[in-house]
Design a protein around this ligand. Structure first.
Ligand code: CA
Length: 215
C-alpha cells in the first residue's frame, strides 16, 4: 500500500482517481488547488504524486518544485504539449494526457511504485497480515501454519482484491494449467483459509462463479 497525493482541481476527476487507486489498495489524500497541495507536501510524506498542471493558486510546476523528489505522474491536457515536455524536463517520472483511462493510470502508478521500490511487501487485513517476502501469514502477529497452496491462494486473492475470480481462474493461477484435480480443490482451500484466518466476512462466495476478497 502506498500513500498517494492526488492534486487535481476537477472534483469529479480527483474523486474518480481516488476511488480507483483505493481499489488497488492505496491510501489517497486529495488536494484541489496548488496551495493546499504544497501545504500537504510540507507536512506529510507521500510515496507518489498524481499532479495536474493547470491548478488554481499555484500550478503543477510550482507544486512539483516543493515535492522534493516524490515520484510524480503529471496529468496534462491535450493542448499542453509543450507543458508535457517541460514537465519531463523538470524530472517528472511520467505523464498522462487527458482524457485517460483509469486502468492506464493504475498501471502507470504500479510501474512507478515498482521503479521506486514502493511495491507491496505485506498486506494487512484486520487481524491478518500476509508477508509477500517471507511468504508467511500471521494472525495477530503469530505465524499461521499454511500449505504453499493455501498461501498462494491468499496472495492471489489479495493481489486481485475486490475482483470476482472464477474457480477455474483460481485453479489456473494457483495450481497451474496442468493440475488435473477439479475445482472442488479451490473450495476446500478457501474453506480452510476462511476458517484458519477467520476471514469468513472477507472471502465472499460469488454465486455460480467463484470467490472475491472483499475489502
Ligand atoms: Ca486542472
Amino acid at each position: 500500500m502506498a500513500e498517494i497525493l492526488i492534486v487535481e482541481d476537477e472534483l469529479s476527476i480527483n474523486e474518480l482517481i481516488r476511488r480507483n487507486l483505493n481499489l488497488t489498495g492505496h491510501h489517497c489524500v486529495q488536494a484541489f488547488d496548488g496551495a493546499s497541495a504544497i501545504h500537504l507536501l510540507e507536512n506529510g510524506k507521500f510515496d507518489l504524486l498524481v499532479l495536474d498542471i493547470m491548478l488554481p493558486q499555484f500550478d503543477g510546476y510550482q507544486v512539483f518544485e516543493r515535492a522534493l523528489g516524490t515520484p510524480t505522474i503529471f496529468l496534462t491536457a491535450k493542448s499542453e504539449l509543450t507543458d508535457k515536455l517541460k514537465g519531463l524536463g523538470m524530472g517528472a517520472d511520467d505523464y498522462l494526457t487527458k482524457p485517460f483511462q483509469m486502468l492506464e493510470l493504475a498501471a502507470r502508478v504500479e510501474a512507478l511504485l515498482r521503479r521506486t521500490k514502493k511495491v507491496e511487501t505485506e498486506f494487512r487485513l484486520g487481524h491478518v497480515r500476509c508477508d509477500f517476502d517471507s511468504r508467511q501469514i500471521f494472525l495477530n502477529d503469530v505465524v499461521v501454519e499454511c500449505t504453499p497452496k493455501e498461501y498462494e491462494l491468499l496472495e492471489v486473492l489479495i493481489r486481485n482484491r475486490n475482483i470476482a475470480l472464477s474457480r477455474e481462474k483460481l485453479l489456473d493461477m494457483v495450481w497451474g494449467y496442468d493440475f488435473d484435480g477439479g475445482t472442488r480443490t479451490v473450495d476446500v482451500h478457501v474453506q480452510r483459509l476462511r476458517h484458519k484466518l477467520h476471514l469468513e466476512n472477507y472471502i465472499k462466495t460469488v454465486y455460480k462463479l467463484g470467490y472475491r476478497l472483499e475489502i
